[in-house]
Design a protein around this ligand. Structure first.
Ligand code: NAD
Length: 280
């Protein structure tokens, strides 16, 4: 039976470290969160980010814009935030309404304030291993892997999903720690067979109960990034938890696994941004 990796506990520790560093260093840090429209899931994420800011002593500035916001209006707000000395980090909650060009919006955020690490400049820096910020969800997954004591070096690592936000940067972070990394996606042949090779298996697909026990090697570390809402309103991951936890050595639950880590890394990134900007 697998040990459950407690994302709440690991994330709480990170937030405490951020809070203590801010308090002891008397650091002024501010995070602007921009939400456009009224997507209920986005609303929940934004509220959780606000709460985490309060806990850490980071000032949060929330901009809730109407669904019909235009590109000009959103870019104007980003320009204002880029120039606001009280704002060290800018986060635009995705997805955006259809009329808005997500890529152009991300590129408008100053790379120095891009605490999500989605800007092309930061993506490039991560690629070559010379970065200030790590993308929040993959970095959170790495912290959870570290918390197991399992060393990534030389391990077979399989990431299911190749999105720019999770799958691709996750593969890069595993590679930075000398994992032997395979990235699977919707066109991968013999997926179960590839996954069975994994000592460390990361699922970021967005399909409930997608990873079944027959896809998992005995003793693997299984990180479930998926957040899927079932018809009964319950949240579930991409991994069929009950049967996979019989085989894995460590496994993350959903909720309470990767989700809280994403926010903790965001707090860490905002502190890093503040420290860099306060010294300029
Ligand atoms: P995405 O839809 O952008 O990417 C999904 C990936 O899964 C794609 O690369 C696709 O190739 C792959 N895929 C789809 N069907 C497949 C199949 N049959 N076989 C193999 N691969 C397949 O999604 P995303 O933004 O990367 O998010 C993935 C999941 O992670 C979602 O459930 C999302 O809600 C969740 N998520 C969680 C957090 C968090 O904080 N825990 C953060 C971001 C995303």
């Amino acid at each position: 039976m697998a040990q459950i990796i407690d994302g709440k506990a690991v994330s709480a520790k990170i937030k405490e470290q951020v809070r203590d560093e801010i308090a002891h260093g008397n650091i002024k840090a501010g995070l602007a969160v921009v939400i456009v429209g009224s997507d209920p899931a986005s609303r929940v994420y934004v509220n959780n980010k606000k709460k985490a800011c309060e806990f850490c002593g980071i000032k949060s500035f929330e901009y809730a814009l109407p669904e019909e916001t235009t590109m000009e209006q959103l870019l104007e707000l980003i320009d204002t935030l880029n120039n606001d000395k009280n704002v060290n980090g800018i986060l635009v909650q995705l997805p955006l309404p259809k009329q808005l060009d997500e890529k152009a919006v991300i590129e408008r955020i100053s790379p120095k304030k891009d605490v999500d690490a989605f800007h092309e400049t930061n993506v490039g820096k991560i690629m070559i291993g010379n970065y200030s910020f790590l993308p929040c969800t993959p970095a959170g997954c790495m912290e959870l892997i570290h918390s197991t004591g399992v060393d990534v070096a030389g391990k077979e690592c399989v990431v299911i999903g190749r999105s720019n936000i999770v799958g691709k940067p996750m593969a890069m972070l595993l590679l930075h720690e000398n994992g032997t990394v395979t990235v699977c996606h919707s066109k991968t042949k013999n997926l179960a067979e590839v996954c069975r090779r994994a000592d460390i298996l990361v699922a970021a697909v967005g399909k409930p109960n997608f990873v079944t026990a027959d896809m998992v090697k005995e003793g693997a570390v299984v990180i479930d990034v998926g957040i899927n809402r079932l018809e009964n309103g319950k949240l579930c991951g991409d991994v069929k938890f009950d049967e996979v936890s019989e085989k894995a050595s460590f496994i993350t639950p959903v909720p309470g696994g990767v989700g809280p880590m994403t926010i903790a890394t965001l707090m860490k990134n905002t502190l890093t941004a503040a420290k860099i900007q306060n010294h300029e």
